[in-house]
Design a protein around this ligand. Structure first.
Ligand code: KIV
Ligand code: ZN
Length: 504
């Protein structure tokens, strides 16, 4: 039997440090539940000391997730560790993940601490964390640019202090694969007691080498890989979970290893994360990009038609990209056909979520002849994850190229109905100004995009709106509709409702 490599997902922590990503607690929980059902070993749910919101999100995830370990990140100080423990302690499998930088650059300029002080702090805080929790991970931040003999010393001591996992990050994505291999091997060969703990790799993608470096680390003896869905993360991101997992699976013969990830759920997880984070996946992204299984050239198409393996090294089905099934979903389709298709697509919904999605499907099928997988993806990924204060009742837009655009907007707030009229430089501007007047909330629009979910004139339009959250990040609002104006207004209202839900 192959040895099993642990997959530590940091989408909700390092991934949330992606510029412009700001997930609320309910969205984080939705992603955590999906990661759990996909079979991820460890979910790093957040950085509890960073904000009250993140603390609450980590605590909720810890309470709800049963099968995966739930980790919280904390700096190597008692206050952070206490806060982290408070957030994760109710988890079925809690983990405290504490870190301190060990490179000369970080110790001198950032921490203003000597080597001896850093080492003493690491030991003291791992000991303290271990007195609270029996699963403690220690990360040496900027490990790859640290003196390797100093690292061996620190790691040897933190193992004695109780660490069960040693993480060796390439924090700034500087390493080349063969160098990272040698580095991990050196630490493995020289650290006393390391055979009793997990060795973890955590690679950033500044040179586009995060996945290659993580795999090199695995070859050198790492037993855990830290990664994020769609490669989200600080700056250029982290190693992409889907690429790491599928490389290990596809080249099993070469690695003699496996992961516990249910790969058939990769695509739906990627879609969920992209929808909630508002960060699109580039079309040519490996494994989950729209073109990952598309064959454009005639020679390739001919080859694939004759024998798929000519140009496909992994099947679309193995990551949950399935061909439109033989059952055509339309207005006559019942709940059974709908739920079968949803399950075939690797999407797991509770009974309540399935009912909600079915109602939306029926409404769409009334207007659209064939409902495709892409439509279903859009329906389930656009579910509302919070209390909606404002709802669109109706709208009327007057627009043309030689006139001032006007919008009449009717919005409900509980029992109350609010009607406002506004002008704008275009129909969208007029509509958003109308919403701002009706809600009394004006939010700076940072980005607006629209895409067609599927093909054809009756395709659903998905609108993504990003508004300023006033705290250096953005709030993402989304909506789908066959009418792009309705989708636009609803996306803007969605962002405003989310802003209110977050108490901003
Ligand atoms: O990149 C890094 O070094 C980190 C640590 C905090 C684990 O994210
Ligand atoms: Zn990182």
């Amino acid at each position: 039997m192959e040895k099993h490599i642990k997959i530590f997902d940091t989408t909700l922590r390092d991934g949330e440090q992606t510029p412009g990503v700001n997930l609320n607690a309910k969205e984080k929980l939705m992603i955590a539940k999906k990661l759990e059902s996909m079979g991820v070993d460890v979910i790093e749910a957040g950085f509890p000391a960073s904000s009250v919101g993140d603390f609450e999100a980590v605590r909720t995830i810890a309470r709800e997730v049963k099968n995966s370990t739930v980790a919280g990140l904390c700096r190597a100080n008692q206050k952070d560790i206490d806060r982290c423990w408070e957030a994760v302690k109710e988890a079925a499998k809690p983990r405290i993940h504490t870190f301190i930088a060990t490179s000369e650059i970080h110790m001198k300029h950032k921490l203003k601490m000597t080597k001896e002080e850093v080492k003493a702090k690491a030991i003291e805080m791992v000991k303290y964390a271990s007195s609270l929790c029996n699963d403690v991970e220690f990360s040496a931040e900027d490990a790859y640019r640290s003196d390797k003999d100093f690292l061996v010393e620190v790691f040897g001591e933190v193992i004695k202090a109780g660490a069960k996992t040693l993480n060796i990050p390439d924090t700034v994505g500087y390493a080349l694969p063969e160098e990272y291999f040698d580095f991990i091997k050196y630490i493995k060969d020289n650290t006393p007691g390391i055979e009793n703990v997990d060795i973890s790799v955590h690679c950033h993608n500044d040179l586009g080498l995060a996945v290659a470096n993580s795999l090199a680390g695995v070859r050198a003896g790492a037993t855990q890989v830290e990664c994020a869905i769609n490669g989200l993360g600080e700056r250029a991101g982290n190693a992409s979970l889907e690429e790491v997992v599928m490389a290990i699976k596809t080249r099993k013969g070469s690695f003699a290893l496996d992961t516990k990830v249910v790969t058939e759920q990769i695509y739906s997880t990627s879609k969920l994360v992209s929808s909630l984070s508002g960060i699109d996946v580039q079309p040519n992204k490996a494994i989950v990009g729209a073109n990952a299984f598309a064959h454009e050239s005639g020679i390739h198409q001919d080859g694939v038609l004759k024998e798929k393996s000519t140009y496909e090294i992994i099947t679309p089905e193995s990551v949950g990209v399935i061909q439109e099934s033989n059952i055509v979903l339309g207005k006559l389709s019942g709940k059974h056909a709908f739920s079968t298709t949803v399950k075939e697509m690797g999407i797991e919904l509770s009974d309540e979520e399935m009912n909600e999605a079915f109602i939306k499907f029926k409404a769409l099928a009334d207007k659209k002849k064939n409902v495709t997988h892409k439509d279903i993806e859009a329906i389930v990924n656009n579910k509302i994850s919070f209390e909606e204060v404002y709802k669109l009742k109706s709208f009327q837009i007057n627009s043309g190229n030689k006139m001032v655009c006007t919008a009449a907007i009717v919005i409900s707030k509980g029992e109350e109905e609010i009607t406002e009229v506004a002008v704008g430089t275009g129909s969208i501007d007029a509509a958003f100004n109308g919403v701002a007047r009706a809600t009394g909330i004006s939010a700076e629009l940072k980005d607006y995009s629209i895409r067609s979910v599927s093909n054809g004139n009756d395709a659903l339009g998905e609108v993504t709106v990003k508004i300023d959250d006033g705290q250096g990040s953005v709030i993402v609002g989304k909506a789908i509709d066959e009418d792009i104006m309705e989708a636009s207004i609803n996306a803007y209202i969605n962002a405003i409702n989310k802003k209110l839900d977050m108490g901003i």
